[in-house]
Design a protein around this ligand. Structure first.
Ligand code: MG
Length: 375
């Protein structure tokens, strides 16, 4: 029996709100109709060789256990020298952030939640949610995901965070009531690919139809991009499925394709990605040209490399790749899986809490000295 899963954006987003509240990123320049960076994208033209290249690239970023335990695992020790564990190097990281304002950027799937067969079941644990909630009490925190914004919000359910969905093409600031919500300020909201919405919906329907005979495929509408998940598809059929995707996409020259962990993603051909999204958010937070900001980005996928590159180029903060296996990355540090991410975030919260307590104690002592000198 053929199984095809459909996953669409959940309701709850008010389109009228976007029409009135969308803001532009004035310092980032025009992005519409500008061909995006090729680094995480694949060519749409070409024959079987291109299809094989897509499939090989997806396999490389989604290694199986057997592959992991042989070829790549042997390289792990040398790779860890260049990308040490962020937990092991915690003191070095906090020392580098001294005197600077830490801003946290977190990918969702594979970073805060485990990778699961059904993307609709990628729930984060209550412990992780509590950790992220604590994190946001001390640092501005944003979730940057390929998912549509309302879907990732439904998973995380924390109003105090910034959310950048659809690979940063759909950004919203914290809700009213959170400590980062500024009364009277314009809501941070940015949708650089708004004009592509009808096209994305059309291609989503065509992909559903075209791939309906492929067993296990999941086509997910992420509002400003569409994901075709290969996770439950027999890997002998990956080439065939990639060919079906290509046959739909070749009719849409304004859309481009990228690949991630067992997923092909279709998105508008604009110069906008997770890297641009974090630049926009830093600018919105007032840190566009500040030397005293220390952004930390944690992610597990190829699309997160755009964010790692931005931090590396700015010479500010650091990137942490979540991976059990060595990968080419612009991140400086690594963590193996979401439970290690949680451990790192918990230590960050504890470190900040102790720093504030120590500072408060010193201030109190100084005040006591001042008072005693008066008499
Ligand atoms: Mg991810």
């Amino acid at each position: 029996m053929t199984k095809q899963n459909v996953s669409g954006p959940k309701s709850g987003v008010n389109p009228a709100m976007f029409a009135t509240a969308v803001t532009k990123a004035p310092l980032l320049g025009s992005c519409i109709n500008d061909i995006t960076s090729k680094s995480t994208f694949v060519e749409m033209t070409g024959g079987p060789r291109i299809i094989k290249s897509w499939v090989d690239s997806m396999r490389a970023s989604s290694p199986t256990h057997d592959y992991m335990s042989t070829t790549l695992y042997e390289d792990r020790t040398s790779w860890m020298v260049h990308h040490p564990s962020a937990v092991d190097m915690f003191e070095d990281i906090t020392s580098a952030s001294k005197g600077k304002k830490i801003v946290m950027f977190l990918d969702y799937d594979g970073t805060l939640s485990p990778i699961v067969d059904d993307p609709d079941q990628a729930f984060m644990s209550d412990a992780m949610r509590g950790t992220v909630k604590n994190l946001a009490r001390y640092f501005p925190t944003a979730i940057v995901s390929g998912r549509c914004r309302d879907k990732v919000y439904n998973f995380v359910q924390l109003a105090e965070l910034y959310y950048a969905g659809s690979h940063g093409m759909d950004i919203e600031g914290p809700s009213k009531g959170s400590k980062y919500y500024k009364k009277g300020a314009q809501t941070v909201l940015f949708q650089p690919a708004n004009e592509f919405l009808p096209m994305i919906n059309k291609v989503y329907k065509e992909l559903l139809d075209k791939t309906k005979s492929a067993e296990g495929v999941i086509v997910e509408n992420n509002k400003f991009c569409v994901s075709v998940h290969f996770r439950c598809v027999d890997d002998k059929k990956w080439g065939e499925l990639a060919q079906e995707v290509r046959s739909v996409l070749k009719e849409y020259p304004k859309l481009i394709l990228s690949q991630g962990r067992k997923v092909l993603e279709i998105r508008p051909i604009i110069k906008w990605d997770k890297g641009k999204a974090i630049e926009f958010l830093l600018q919105s937070l007032g840190y566009a040209k500040c030397d005293d900001v220390f952004p930390i980005y944690i992610g597990d996928d190829r699309t997160d490399e755009d964010a790692f590159k931005v931090l590396s180029k700015r010479g500010q903060g650091l990137g942490i790749l979540v991976s059990k296996v060595p990968k080419d990355t612009h991140a400086s540090y690594s963590l193996q899986e979401p439970c290690e991410v949680m451990k790192f975030l918990q230590r960050l919260v504890e470190w900040k809490r102790l720093s504030l307590r120590r500072r408060s104690k010193i201030q109190k002592q100084l005040e006591e000295i001042k008072t005693s000198l008066k008499y």
